[in-house]
Design a protein around this ligand. Structure first.
Ligand code: C2E
Ligand code: MG
Ligand code: MG
Ligand code: MG
Length: 278
């Protein structure tokens, strides 16, 4: 009896595993189709200079307009795409879209050319195709390399030796590198100097005023970044008091709901014009 119920449990476990695997496969297939059918969208969130309040650039954030599901957030499908090389195609779709969009916006501006910031997954960064994907997007759109920022996480750098080599190659091209979500991995300030990067994006958990000494930690992080030549961007700025603190601490740029939420590409030109006046 005991034996058979044990086996029954094993079968159930097996069934659950197989169900999870087939759901993963189905979602992967749907994402693949979504890319082919042009169901992906790039939304854009402004990155604003702290000193002058100018919009310096826009971060491209993927959305999936999945038929029958409305607008799906990346939290619900990027991790699934990251289980296979599908993520390389997803990243590349966003990259090409973002370069195309920013070239058209900059064409309408006679000054203050903005940059576009694109997220590249750890898995994609480790593949040799990442540099050709980026070079191809720059060549196809004519975007100057220094108007493109590539966002990678610190854990992506620790994973694979090839990733660091790819970043060096990108920097040779003139592309700027941002370390995304800094402070969420096993980061230490002493490792900052080894990072082949230009910008440090400080994770929004650093702005949590429930944490003891958060201002001091922020001050030290900004100071350490500046000491090794990295500019700083604070993520997740939701309140005016946070902005005031960041200005006092000398943080270079901010991004967050207090300034603007991510918006569809079509909304950017009007937003940008208003920001130049205001
Ligand atoms: P991320 O790169 O760290 O992007 C910042 C996330 O914080 C975005 O979420 C943004 O909407 C959100 N955010 C911005 N301001 C605030 C704020 O004031 N408060 C709060 N609570 N959140 C704020 P989103 O768009 O849902 O993207 C989530 C993550 O998905 C991104 O985090 C990034 O890791 C990933 N992702 C998005 N697009 C792509 C892509 O094209 N490729 C890859 N590989 N990953 C992507
Ligand atoms: Mg990012
Ligand atoms: Mg981030
Ligand atoms: Mg973050």
């Amino acid at each position: 009896r005991a034996k058979s119920s044990g086996k029954g449990r094993a079968d159930l476990y097996d069934l659950a595993l197989r169900k999870a695997a087939s759901e993963q496969a189905a979602l992967e297939g749907a994402i693949r189709q979504g890319i082919d059918n042009e169901e992906l969208r790039a939304f854009y969130q402004p990155i604003v200079g702290v000193q002058n309040g100018r919009v310096l650039g826009y971060e491209a954030l993927v959305r999936w307009e999945r038929p029958g599901h409305g607008i799906v957030s990346p939290a619900e499908f990027v991790a699934v795409a990251e289980q296979s090389d599908l993520i390389c195609d997803l990243d590349t779709w966003v990259l090409q879209r973002a370069c195309t969009d920013v070239v058209s916006w900059n064409g309408d501006l006679d000054r203050d050319q903005v940059y576009v910031s694109v997220n590249i997954s750890a898995r994609h960064l480790a593949r040799s195709r990442v540099t050709t994907d980026i070079e191809a997007a720059l060549a196809a759109t004519g975007l100057p390399a220094d108007r493109l920022v590539v966002e990678v996480t610190e854990t992506a750098l620790a994973d694979e030796l090839s990733s660091v080599q790819h970043l060096h190659r990108l920097r040779e091209l003139g592309v700027k590198i941002a370390i995304d979500d800094f402070g969420t991995g096993y980061s230490s300030l002493s490792r900052l100097q080894e990072m082949p990067a230009d910008l440090l994006k400080i994770d929004r958990s650093f702005l949590d005023d429930n944490r003891r000494g958060w201002r001091e930690v922020l001050r030290l992080t900004v100071g350490a970044a500046h000491a090794v030549g990295l500019r700083t961007i604070a993520e997740g700025v939701e309140h005016p008091e946070q902005l005031a603190t960041l200005r006092r601490l000398g943080c270079d740029a901010v991004q967050g709901y207090h300034l603007a939420r991510p918006m569809p590409a079509g909304a950017v030109p009007a937003f940008h014009r208003a920001s130049l006046i205001g």
